[in-house]
Design a binder for this molecule. Structure first.
Ligand SMILES: [Zn+2]
Ligand SMILES: [Zn+2]
Length: 570
């Protein structure tokens, strides 16, 4: 430190531009990126996105939302100029409501993204007045030393924007989530001239979406999906139910258009869809007169006269599609011969839940159509030809792949090299990448990790309560309560509670009896003069019960021994 500062205490190290992720590098989800500018001991920071991820499988019992650990930037919050949100997908915006108070800085977003954040705040937040600075689409603003320009890209939600971040050290293009859809149905197509002009201006580094970096070719357009949906709905003899990601406004419009083209009424089921439709009407992405029928009227229509758009494409158990599949929806039901379209991709980890719903629809005689059988969904991320095209326009000196697992980042890095990028740097969460002065390299590490939302609380992932819970899930628990005198004599029959352990051993002896016998035997075996050491007694009982149950069961339970010391004869 002293070397870095003059006598007046002003930093005088060389100004650097650095980039790091607190989430999003080495995983798809939980995006939280930081750009830092200034001397190493006095950087100013800009955060890009603050999203969540979901647990995969059942490794984290009781947890359904995971946040990035922000402790690195919390310690530097006075140097944080703001949070910019590229778009309103949960993996980019989902942690703002819960974590904003730890940072307390303005949140910058374009109108649709801001509208989605406000709608969510109204529904769940309310506690904090988050200062949302709405920036117009393709608008530009200054935050600390960062001059930030939004550049509209196509994706699977309106207003997904790349950010041109200008600093005295150069221009960084942070692509956000994007694809090259020249006929996007809603919003503008990526502006080739604008992107090529950035290339002419000189792009120091491009931090770019890697989700589909392993897939060759070019992804189909949203318009192709719309055409396909229109044809399918037209052909359908009976009811049609379509489920999709609620935030995909273009798909909502495509389903509405398909219904209208077939002379059918549109019914919308699911709160998330209503919320998105309201924001899309407010921000002009759906017409003011966008019309749909309330779900309560569903049964009033002839089977050939209705299309139902519903939530639940990822198998969410409380969403409309799951309840329809269980025949438990209050207003909507499907019958033999009706059609259910999954206009979505199943996110890894949700396959079982989605499969369960599809199987139960099939058992009802409902026709199920997914993107395996027809063009009813298209990705929102660039395949390799689209990546090549963006590199050709922007010609960055440095490429840092983001928004991908290790294999996606590696494939993207190879493509960037082939595309002629001079310096390519693969980095993972927590690695501080110096972009300038060059050459690009990892210069430091920041602490990173995950936080769990557990009920109303946010808890650490590693040594928090979920670790205990995971253990409980496998071995159950035995609790022994002892009432002892000061001299260590048993003053009452031990109380035992057993959960998650088999009721009896192979020979039919109740587990409670086994535990009781072990407790009494252990107490007897401790010499009288040593029983005054109550802690020692408790520990001896704990160990004995654990091995006693292990002998009977073959597994060691968690054992807790509670001791009350009773004053009296003893
Ligand atoms: Zn994303
Ligand atoms: Zn996205």
């Amino acid at each position: 430190m002293p070397e870095e500062r003059t006598k007046r205490g002003r930093p005088h190290g060389q100004d650097e531009l650095v980039f790091l992720a607190l989430g999003g590098l080495g995983e798809i989800g939980m995006n939280a990126y930081l750009y830092g500018y200034g001397p190493p001991d006095a950087r100013k920071w800009l955060m890009v996105d603050l999203g969540i991820t979901f647990p995969e499988g059942e490794d984290d019992p009781g947890i359904d939302v995971i946040f990035p650990d922000l402790r690195f930037i919390e310690e530097e919050r006075s140097a944080l100029a703001g949070i910019v949100i590229t778009h309103a997908h949960e993996d980019h915006i989902g942690a703002v409501v819960d974590l904003w108070s730890r940072l307390g800085v303005p949140v910058y977003a374009t109108p649709f993204t801001a509208g989605m954040l406000k709608a969510k705040l109204a529904e769940y937040g309310g506690k904090h007045a988050i200062p949302i600075r709405e920036v117009k689409l393709n608008g530009r603003f200054q935050a600390g030393p960062f001059d930030v320009e939004f550049i509209e890209m196509s994706h699977s939600i309106p207003e997904s924007s790349a950010l041109a971040i200008r600093t005295p050290a150069g221009l960084v293009l942070h692509t956000g989530d994007w694809k090259l859809d020249r006929t996007p149905l809603i919003g503008g197509a990526p502006d080739e001239k604008r992107l090529a002009a950035l290339g002419d201006e000189g792009v120091l580094a491009m931090i770019c979406d890697s989700t589909n970096a392993m897939r060759e070719g070019q992804s189909p357009s949203e318009r192709d999906v719309a055409k396909s949906l229109t044809a399918i709905v037209k052909e359908a003899p009976h009811r049609v139910a379509v489920t999709t990601f609620a935030s995909n406004v273009a798909r909502v419009k495509a389903v509405a258009d398909a219904a209208r083209a077939a002379g059918r009424e549109l019914v919308v089921a699911g709160r998330a869809l209503h919320r998105v439709i309201d924001v899309a009407i407010d921000t002009g992405y759906l017409p003011q007169g966008f019309r749909y029928v309330d779900q309560q009227q569903f049964s009033e229509y002839k089977r050939s006269n209705v299309v139902c758009l519903c939530t639940g494409s990822q198998g969410e158990p409380r969403a409309a599609m799951a309840r329809i599949a269980e025949n438990e929806h209050p207003d909507i039901s499907l019958d033999k011969g009706d059609l259910a379209i999954f206009s979505s991709r199943t996110i890894p980890g949700n396959e079982k839940a989605v499969g369960w719903i599809q199987n139960s629809l099939v058992r009802m005689g409902v026709e199920v159509l997914t993107d395996n059988e027809a063009l009813v969904h298209v990705t929102g991320h660039p395949r390799r030809d689209e990546l090549r095209q963006l590199y050709a326009w922007t010609r960055p000196r440095i490429a840092v792949p983001m928004h991908g697992e290790a294999r996606h980042l590696k494939a993207h890095a190879e493509l960037a090299r082939e595309a002629g990028v001079a310096e390519v740097q693969v980095a993972y969460n927590g690695e501080i990448v110096r972009l300038s002065p060059g050459p690009v390299r990892i210069v430091d590490d920041a602490p990173v990790g995950r936080l769990f939302r557990d009920g109303n609380l946010i808890v650490p992932s590693g040594d928090g309560p979920v670790r205990e819970r995971r253990k409980l899930a496998f071995v159950g628990i035995v609790v022994v309560a002892l009432a002892l005198s000061r001299r260590g004599e048993l003053m009452a029959e031990p109380q035992i509670a057993i959960d998650g352990v088999p009721a009896e051993d192979a020979g039919g002896e109740p587990m409670g009896e086994i535990v009781l016998g072990t407790v009494e035997g252990t107490l007897k075996s401790i010499p009288r003069d040593r029983r005054r050491d109550i802690e020692m007694v408790a520990e001896a009982v704990r160990r004995a019960v654990r091995s006693g149950v292990a002998d009977a069961w073959g597994k060691k339970p968690i054992v807790k021994v509670l001791v009350s010391v009773i004053e009296g004869k003893g």
